[in-house]
Design a protein around this ligand. Structure first.
Ligand SMILES: O=P(O)(O)OC[C@H]1O[C@@H](O)[C@H](O)[C@@H](O)[C@@H]1O
Length: 244
């Protein structure tokens, strides 16, 4: 049914890049923030400025992970260690949390300016899944998940939500750990083996594999089919509409 194996009764959808066209908004905001940080640091230390690669470095170190992990993992890949700070840090703080706050202000500006578009194929898939009686949850690392769902007009098509806020409150490890997807399955009252994970991020398909879900659908928006398969996708589609 709907391109899924027999026995699947529930769908766990990532948000940014799967349901909504916001992965590129996040990538652009990350690039703007990291480039400003790296450029200032290069000037201060008298070393060459190497810009953030919004393709490779975003996909490998940032995409799909909670905000603080994205900052930490990218900086570690560049050999940079900053103090953690706290979520209350102002954007001026040169800490993991401060940099995350800087980036979030940029994301919110971009969303306020440009709005949020869902993928048409994903909206059709959500309707088809609902009509077929499949349970549906969104499982996102983003603290902005609810606002993005509302702006995209698809909130009511989902029965449950696990996001950056709920994960923090419940102490869940972020993707690539499977915890948030497992929590989504629990909220829908299904076993992991009965649920399918839809993910565009490498960290996300890894989480799907780590949780032993019934099926992991990689969604390739940026030409990384082989990497999605390597990291845990059972199949890869360019758009959810292909499964209909
Ligand atoms: O900063 P937010 O909105 O809480 O989002 C955290 C992460 O959420 C993920 O969905 C995105 O793929 C990442 O790019 C983003 O960094």
């Amino acid at each position: 049914m709907l391109g899924l194996p027999d026995g699947v009764t529930a769908c766990l959808f990532d948000l940014d890049g799967v349901l909504t066209q916001t992965a590129k908004v996040h990538a652009a905001a990350w690039k703007q923030m990291f480039d400003a940080f790296l450029e200032e640091r290069a000037e201060r230390e008298g070393v060459p400025f190497e810009p953030f690669d919004a393709g490779r470095e975003y996909d490998e170190f940032v995409d799909g992970k909670p905000r603080d992990a994205g900052v930490r993992d990218f900086l570690a890949a560049r050999g940079i260690v900053l103090p953690e700070g706290s979520p209350e840090d102002p954007p001026s703080a040169e800490t993991v949390n401060g940099l995350g706050t800087r980036k979030n202000a940029l994301v919110l500006d971009l969303i306020a300016r440009d709005g949020v578009e869902p993928y048409a194929g994903s909206v059709r898939y959500l309707h088809a899944a609902r009509d077929a009686g499949l349970r549906r949850a969104v499982v996102s690392s983003s603290h902005n998940c609810r606002d993005v769902l509302r702006a995209a007009g698809i909130e009511e098509l989902l029965e449950a939500r696990v996001d950056g806020h709920t994960a923090a409150v419940d102490g869940l490890r972020g993707k690539p750990a499977p915890d948030t997807f497992l929590a989504g399955a629990r909220l829908l009252g299904v076993e992991p083996a009965q649920a399918v994970v839809f993910e565009d991020a490498l960290a996300g398909v890894e989480a799907g594999r780590a949780g032993s879900f019934g099926h992991v659908v990689g969604v390739d928006r940026v030409g990384q089919r082989a990497a999605l398969l390597r990291h845990g996708a059972d199949i890869v589609v360019d758009d959810l509409g292909e499964l209909l």
